[in-house]
Design a binder for this molecule. Structure first.
Ligand code: NAP
Length: 283
């Protein structure tokens, strides 16, 4: 039996939950495989990827700051990677790098799981942020059929770049609002997604007026450390549906696991409990 080797490449990468998640599935499904965290600096990315391919790795996940650079190095790409111009998974096929982006479908699956039927009736979604996670959030909302997607970022110039990059790939009407000006759209907002890194590891969450959202709206935070960010705590206190970032992490991971190890693992309550425990223990 061949042992499949894979891992996650990032800088830093010691905080990543991916090795723990993939080991859980390898063990659960009795698959002979290995999945390691690989700290790699930006200027070493292409040489390390070439070396991993030579060593016999099947592929690697990519995390900060490598998703855009990995896409640029790829020979072929799946539609989500092409649309977002970012890859969170590279498969090594003979002499080619094959780019995938499972963040998009991973977030769409997490939103469907949490919102049920409401996931398909999103009129207006607001995405805070304009980095790689925001690109995935816009594409996921579009995949769910949102009619309009409003993008709000602290640095206005980045929102224009994002809209230019994505507008050809999405059916929804994309528009931009100022950080302090999107509240006029709040009463129509059905889904608010924090795709900024604000709220990560004890920093302040974006200071957005949740009280202006309609009853029945949902708030999703892609930050999962802490699991309940200050933004989600406010949403819960207000009776809004709150969706944490662990759902996206697990679903994108399951899609990547299938591409790496050949079977789709379960996103189960046991896996969630395992990862929550790791977060509580500071990993
Ligand atoms: N749950 C998951 O599976 C998953 C997957 C991917 C990413 N994520 C999370 O998503 C977050 C964003 O990741 P990324 O790859 O998009 O990062 P990124 O490319 O570095 O973008 C960071 C974004 O956050 C904004 N930002 C940072 N600090 C802010 C603050 N104090 N107030 C307002 N905006 C702020 C930045 O705005 P400016 O442009 O103004 O600097 C930018 O839009 C990270 O926390 C990451 O862990 C989660």
């Amino acid at each position: 039996m061949t042992t499949v080797l894979a891992g996650v490449v990032g800088w830093p990468v010691s905080h990543s939950l991916s090795p723990r998640m993939h080991h859980f599935w390898l063990h659960e499904n009795a698959i002979a495989g290995g999945y390691v965290a690989l700290p790699v600096r930006q200027h070493d990315l292409s040489s390390v990827l070439a070396a991993l391919r030579e060593t016999g790795f099947k592929g690697v996940n990519l995390t900060l700051p490598h998703k855009e650079a990995a896409y640029a190095l790829a020979d072929i790409a799946d539609p989500s990677a092409s649309a977002s111009q970012a890859a969170n998974l590279l498969l090594f096929r003979d002499l080619q790098f094959e780019a995938h982006n499972t963040d998009v479908e991973g977030l769409a699956l997490s939103l469907r799981e949490s919102l049920g039927e409401k996931a398909t009736g999103i009129g207006l979604a607001v995405v805070l942020g304009a980095g790689g996670a925001a690109r995935a959030a816009v594409l996921a909302c579009d995949r769910l059929g949102a009619g309009q997607i409003c993008i709000v970022n602290r640095t206005a110039a980045r929102t224009d770049v994002l809209v230019r990059a994505l507008s050809a790939s999405v059916k929804a009407k994309l528009f931009v609002a100022q950080w302090n000006g999107w509240e006029t759209h709040a009463p129509q907002t059905r889904l608010l997604i924090n795709a900024t890194s604000a709220g990560l590891n004890g920093t302040a969450s974006p200071d957005v007026p949740l009280e202006l959202l309609p009853g029945g709206a949902a708030v999703c935070d892609l930050v999962y450390s802490p699991l309940e960010t200050p933004l989600l705590a406010r949403a819960r206190a207000q009776g809004l549906t709150s969706i944490d970032g662990l759902g996206m992490l697990m679903h994108q991971g399951a899609l990547a696991f299938e591409l790496l190890f050949g079977m789709r693992p379960n996103v189960s309550a046991a896996l969630r409990a395992h990862l929550e425990q790791a977060l509580r223990n500071g990993m």
